[in-house]
Design a protein around this ligand. Structure first.
Ligand code: PEP
Ligand code: MG
Length: 533
């Protein structure tokens, strides 16, 4: 939901659903009642509140450009995206690639699910191969659209991660239908398969690379689809960059085997550019064992990506699907946990494993790329910690990308990984302090745009001082309303600002009744200060 920009309140254990009513404490809502929810705070309001769009002010894009200038060459901010739409959206919001494409989401589409089920249920090689061939065709098309949307930027594609039973019908439902005598022959086959594949703890069962090992045709199909898609794009003159990510690895041998499938497919396709420049292979570090054996894993990996969602689940032994409703609120209230560790990275435990993993990986392979693709990447406090550990990329839901761009830049500066003096902002210096700035023009030769203003203020010293004062208020306070001017200098002087607005020195944002300095105004302010001094 976060990825799609849908506000949601989750883990609200006090919400009771009864047929067509919902009870939250004393409040009762009926089907059709309107509510308003604030996905950031978790507040739910009765009725449809008046809401405002959250259009970003234009200054935000300038600020984010500066943030990117700080981060370029140090940390990439990427988006978690599974479709062409999400990828394009992430790119528009400033993502420099995809850090996690969850391929299971492609399998769940209505036209794919029956093919996946055929594959899972097949008990002979011919049926299995036919289902895989159909899936390969569909996946190739999917991958092409995603890679094209992120052309020239890296795309990390995770091979299938969840347990197979997630693609099958619900066992309780099938059992109930069987008890009512409603299951036909196909239903009976499905129920037998669901029973066969049922696991008591599926999140630590046959999922991730384990699935690839026991049903190896599946991962090979995905790798072939991905490499074919990249080769097709190449032929069309595009520049795909593919990072194949192996999930839930716990042992170097798993990674060695998975890598051999990729090498095998690349040999089969025989596209030299793909093998040497386009396709890399890496491990998702989601288990404590993977973090602790990072040195051995690094031998078979071009990159690591820390999946801090599962790493948190496995480190705490907290079921991601359950504890947020029941356990965490109590633990936070008692003070056992300072924060929800799925929202804010637990630096002492999970963070320590990430640190161990990063250091061991770098010691074994100094050029290995290290990323983070758990939801923590989009949380500024967690990103700050991760940037300090030296990661090369963070990846989060598209809507969180702007915040991550800002947070990463702040972390790079405050941690000392980047010195602001070394950053090329590509902008004229503000206030003439930049080492790259030209020597300031003498005060007697103001830029042409200021001439009209000087005339309208005439040249008496008092009026020039007024102009300097107004500019100075904006320099100090940023965007200022008429009340703001009253607070600062005791009078509403906004009529005096009109000539400055007309001369392009001051910007007036009508919607908000605010005045702010434009670059010529900044310059004029400097000159006036110098002349007054
Ligand atoms: C993770 O575990 O951190 C992760 C990104 O994968 P998923 O949320 O899909 O399990
Ligand atoms: Mg995971």
């Amino acid at each position: 939901a976060r990825g799609w920009g849908i506000p949601a309140v989750v883990g609200a254990a006090e919400v009771q659903l009864e047929r067509d009513t919902v009870r939250i404490g004393d409040a009762v809502l009926r089907a059709g009642d309107e509510i308003t929810i604030d996905g950031s705070t978790g507040d739910v309001y009765e009725g449809a509140l008046r809401i405002a769009g959250s259009e970003a002010p234009p200054e935000l894009s300038t600020l984010l450009d500066w943030a990117d200038a700080v981060s370029t060459g140090h940390v990439e901010v990427r988006a978690n995206a599974d479709t062409e739409g999400d990828a394009s959206h992430g790119r528009r919001l400033g993502a420099r690639g995809i850090g996690l494409c969850r391929t299971e989401h492609m399998f769940l589409a209505a036209d794919r699910l029956p093919i996946v089920r055929r594959f899972i249920l097949s008990d002979d090689e011919i049926t299995e191969a036919a289902a895989l061939a159909e899936l390969e065709e569909a996946q190739t098309a999917d991958f092409e659209t995603v890679l094209e949307a992120m052309d020239s930027l890296p795309v990390t594609v995770r091979l299938l991660d969840p347990p197979l039973h997630e693609f099958l019908p619900d066992m309780l439902d099938l059992v109930a239908r069987e008890a009512r005598g409603e299951l036909d022959a196909d239903g009976q086959v499905e129920l037998a398969a669901v029973r066969r594949l049922h696991e008591a703890n599926p999140m630590i069962g046959t999922r991730g690379v384990r699935l690839g090992v026991v049903r190896s045709g599946l991962y090979e199909m995905q790798v072939r689809a991905l490499c074919t898609a990249a080769a097709n794009l190449f032929q069309r003159g595009l520049h795909p960059k593919v990072e194949i990510m192996i999930p839930l690895v716990v042992d170097a041998e798993e990674l060695r085997i998975a890598r051999s499938w990729v090498t095998g497919v690349l040999d089969e396709i025989g596209h030299p550019e793909l093998a040497s420049n386009v396709v890399t292979v890496g491990a998702m570090i989601e288990t404590p064992r993977a973090a602790l054996t990072a040195k051995a894993l690094a031998e078979h990996a071009d990159f690591f990506s820390f999946g801090t969602n599962d790493l948190t689940q496995m480190t705490f032994a907290f079921s991601r699907d359950d504890v947020e409703a029941r356990l965490l609120p109590a633990y936070q209230a008692i003070g056992i946990l300072p924060a929800n560790p799925f929202a804010e990275l637990d630096q002492e435990g999970v963070g320590e494993l990430v640190r161990i993993g990063c250091e061991a990986a770098r010691a074994a392979k100094p050029k290995i790329k290290l990323g983070v693709c758990g939801e923590h990447a989009g949380d500024p406090a967690s990103a700050d910690f991760l940037v300090r550990l030296g990661v090369d990329s963070v990846s989060c839901s598209p809507f969180r990308v702007p915040l991550a761009r800002l947070g990463v830049a702040q972390a790079l500066l405050s941690s000392g990984r980047v010195d602001v003096a070394d950053v090329d902002f590509g902008l004229p210096a503000i206030g003439g302090e930049s080492p790259a700035a030209q020597p300031a023009e003498p005060a007697a030769a103001p830029p042409a745009s200021t001439a009209t203003v000087t005339m309208s203020f005439e040249s008496s010293e008092a009026l020039v001082a007024d102009e300097a004062l107004l500019l100075h208020v904006m320099k100090v306070r940023g965007y200022v309303t008429s009340e703001g001017f009253v607070e600062s200098i005791g009078t509403d002087c906004t009529t005096l600002l009109t000539p400055l607005v007309e001369a392009g020195m001051v910007r007036f944002i009508e919607k908000r009744g605010m005045y702010g300095l434009l670059p010529p105004g900044q310059e004029r302010h400097q000159q006036l200060l110098a002349s007054i001094a």
